[in-house]
Design a protein around this ligand. Sequence first.
Ligand code: F6P
Length: 342
Amino acid sequence: MRVGVLTGGGDCPGLNAVIRAVVRKGEGVYGHNLVGFRHGWRGVVETEMVDLTVASTRGILPRGGTILGSSRTNPFKSDDGAQRALDTLRRERIDALIAIGGEDTLGVAAKLGAEGASVIGVPKTIDNDLSATEVTFGFDTAVQIATDAIDRLHTTAESHDRVMVVEVMGRHAGWIALHSGLAGGADIILIPELPFDIAEVCERITHRHRKGANFSIVVVAEGATPAEGTMTLQSGETDDFGHVQLGGVANRVTAEIKDRTGFDTRVTILGHVLRGGTPTAFDRVLATRFGIAAIDAAHESAFGTMVALQCGDIVRVPIEEAVKELKLVDSALYDVATAFFG
Ligand code: F6P
């Protein structure tokens, strides 16, 4: 078989571990021929390819990013993009295409699959917002980086009697904020699933300081939104998939806390730092398991499926089902965190 691989959407630690596993078993065990498409769907539309061999993928397991490059290209955004992608796959005699990505990349995979492409999906995103899989690789690394940052902010907050506001990525899901906030001992966590009232946030901080605390840590998910009529926010640009660019809500939260409480308040926006660097051991293992499962699915022509983690096992689910709805934070876990607020 000739098997293509692409990585689309925002990168995350663990992508290279998947590529390595696909190639190692694809070439080493099945004797398949592997090629990589550069920069996500853009490489398929533009026929930008590189050979992937056991030799060329040696040593990439601990490397962050993706050796194939990534983009947020949506072939369905232009008139002939999807047709050009299908033409490339036919012309280059690609028997199976392994698409590693999040909601958007896999959404394209599902649509192209419906038009005849032989696609296998692998879920990735630091946001951990794909409903068909319990966890995506990249999430554990992002949470660890955010937790390390919160730990560091704690010590300097204590020294200066400050309120530290720290913003983390996660788009419209609060998983990273909640997990890193819990692990880092945050005093308040704001997530997109629960619109916040800034007056209540300030009240909690004031209450905490009245009880004797001299500093506070506030973790804000980039997608956190104020309850209607409580605070205004600016909105950013949109990408090929119509997603608005997030980031910066913590600046507004910080200014409000400073004004309303009078406490010395500082902001740290972690942003893309959460996506950089080497994957944790957990993410390397999950990514490797996904990669092996994906090449097995390709070998068995189980097209239209995505590999997923369910109850500790790697299973196959229909790609369309996997991208149907986002997995958002459940209130039970948020309740655990609220015991430590204010
Ligand atoms: O989906 C992953 C993610 O890192 C989100 O958490 C974030 O909102 C977005 O990507 C940022 O995208 P970009 O790298 O295009 O700025």
